[in-house]
Design a protein around this ligand. Sequence first.
Ligand SMILES: Nc1ncnc2c1ncn2[C@@H]1O[C@H](COP(=O)(O)OP(=O)(O)OP(=O)(O)O)[C@@H](O)[C@H]1O
Ligand SMILES: [Mg+2]
Length: 89
Amino acid sequence: MTIRFSIFKGGTGKTTSTVSNAAALVKKGKKVLIVDQDQQASATRYLDIDPEQSPSLYEVFTGVEDVSNVLMWYSLQASLKPMTLNAIE
Ligand SMILES: Nc1ncnc2c1ncn2[C@@H]1O[C@H](COP(=O)(O)OP(=O)(O)OP(=O)(O)O)[C@@H](O)[C@H]1O
Ligand SMILES: [Mg+2]
């Protein structure tokens, strides 16, 4: 199944929805592949991956890398960072 979050307007929650839904599906035991096609690489950064330090779809589109070389395995559950109500003080 392919789920796409897209809308022309910026700042409408595309990245947040993508990563949140991916995390929820992983928690349900699904195998999820996030394809980050945004040049801002926000989803990539969300997962604490430095887009400058890793090959990306850009290299695939320009024929420099095979798509199998740009896949990164990542545990979404391990990426959760706790927050407390103290943060609003
Ligand atoms: N359901 C929500 N409730 C409240 N705030 C939200 C929600 N979803 C996203 N946000 C906030 O809205 C802002 C924009 O979200 P996000 O970056 O996901 O949008 P985007 O559509 O991917 O933006 P861009 O067009 O820049 O890629 C962020 O600060 C995010 O934390
Ligand atoms: Mg985004």
